[in-house]
Design a protein around this ligand. Structure first.
Ligand code: PLP
Length: 382
């Protein structure tokens, strides 16, 4: 049996997405609207705009506020560097968290080198930030607040609406990295007072290499790519037409099936957690309630994550140690450090991330293998 439990890293493309976008490789391969005389180009344009609408509906934005990018990393880079570049002369301060994805953290490092300053909020043991601290850190030099919607390692969902209210009151631009939440839990940029929001299609059963940045109308941001006039002159480069259309379909499906998907995934997750409760020395990281439906992050006493990953892998089960992007790094996860789990558990932590294609049979198989593995490993350990 092959059981993929690494859906926070990437997901399998939904068959309906594949069906809709495949014709844009072979039949409708023209660039959108390059020629007003070409029916093909017109159709591509119409389909792309339909996808833009579908993506905007997912977050309650308007079509014109969606800019397609190459994925979450680019959207995060653009949001942070684009706002910084727009304040090049006077520079300024950015408020963020220590548990952001490396796409945000590395962009912050760059703008720091450009002369901007960055202030990091504290997170509690669940990885949660305190909106009151955001209020306290704001000065008349603050140009941007960037707080992720949900953390990719431990699944904690941050109080975005409360932070958004403060940002709006103080008239500061507010960015959120919603790569882990888009099409998985409800997002409403109006209700949350978000000005910039990053998304990535491959995290919600869409294709890889395509994402979007929501930019609220009126927000001043410097274009990220120089070149042609695509995306209203804000993001140059030939459109990834099949990817964009695939993202539209994935967003449409995500929105219409969200409740059902959340319910089913939660059932699987709760089943796993109930079984974990019966095993000694397993600690669940992240917030007990305010967390992504599909995320389980655990530290296992006496069992190294690498050993567990290898053992599960040999049995056809795929989970991850920490975040997908830091899997090759040998340093402890910055998120686990920030929430101050005991140091001896840094390398004993794995992430199980469920997706809509997982079945109860798969979970049962995973649990049997996992329980046997723990017993055996603890028994033979000197
Ligand atoms: N932000 C978060 C929270 C993520 O989890 C990821 C991917 O793991 C990214 C950004 C990067 O997205 P992409 O893989 O589309 O570049």
């Amino acid at each position: 049996m092959y059981v993929y439990l690494n859906n926070a890293a990437t997901t399998r493309v939904d068959g309906r997405v594949l069906y809709r976008f495949s014709k844009f490789f072979r039949n409708l391969y023209e660039n959108p609207m390059t020629s007003v005389y070409s029916p093909g180009a017109k159709e591509v344009e119409a389909e792309m705009e339909k996808a833009r609408k579908e993506v905007s509906d997912l977050i309650n934005a308007s079509r014109k506020e969606i800019y397609f990018t190459s994925g979450g990393t680019e959207s995060d880079n653009w949001a942070i560097k684009g706002i910084a570049l727009n304040h090049w002369e006077e520079k300024g301060e950015i408020i963020s968290t220590p548990i952001e994805h490396s796409a945000v953290l590395s962009s912050l490092k760059t703008v720091r080198e450009w002369g901007f300053s960055v202030k990091f909020l504290h997170v509690d043991k669940f990885g949660m930030v305190d909106p009151d601290e955001v209020r306290k850190l704001i000065t008349n030099k603050t140009i941007l607040i960037s707080v992720m919607h949900a953390n990719n390692e431990i699944g904690t969902i941050e109080p975005i609406k409360e932070i958004g209210e403060i940002a709006r009151e103080k008239e500061i631009i507010f960015h959120t990295d919603a790569v882990q939440t888009a099409a998985h839990i409800p997002i409403d940029v109006e209700e949350m007072n978000v000005d910039l929001l990053s998304m990535s299609a491959h995290k919600f059963y869409g294709p890889k290499g395509v994402g979007a940045l929501y930019i609220r109308e009126g927000v001043k941001i410097t274009p990220f790519m120089d070149g042609g006039h695509q995306e209203r002159g804000f993001r140059a480069g030939t459109h990834n037409v099949p990817g964009i259309i695939g993202m539209g379909e994935a967003a449409k499906i995500g929105l219409s099936e969200m409740d059902k998907e959340m319910k089913e995934i939660l059932e699987l997750k709760n089943y796993i957690l109930e079984r974990f409760e019966k095993i000694e020395g397993i600690y669940v990281n992240g917030h007990p309630e305010k967390r992504l439906p599909g995320n389980i992050n655990i530290s296992i006493e006496g069992v190294k994550a690498e050993t567990m990953l290898l053992y599960l892998g040999l049995n056809g089960i795929i989970v991850s140690a920490g975040s997908a992007c830091s899997a090759k790094e040998k340093t402890p996860s910055h998120v686990l450090k920030a929430i101050e789990i005991p140091e001896d558990l840094y390398y004993n932590t794995i992430r199980i991330s469920l997706g809509k294609f997982n079945t109860f049979e798969e979970i049962e198989y995973f649990l049997e293998v996992f329980e046997t593995g723990i017993k055996e490993y603890r028994r033979i350990k000197p």
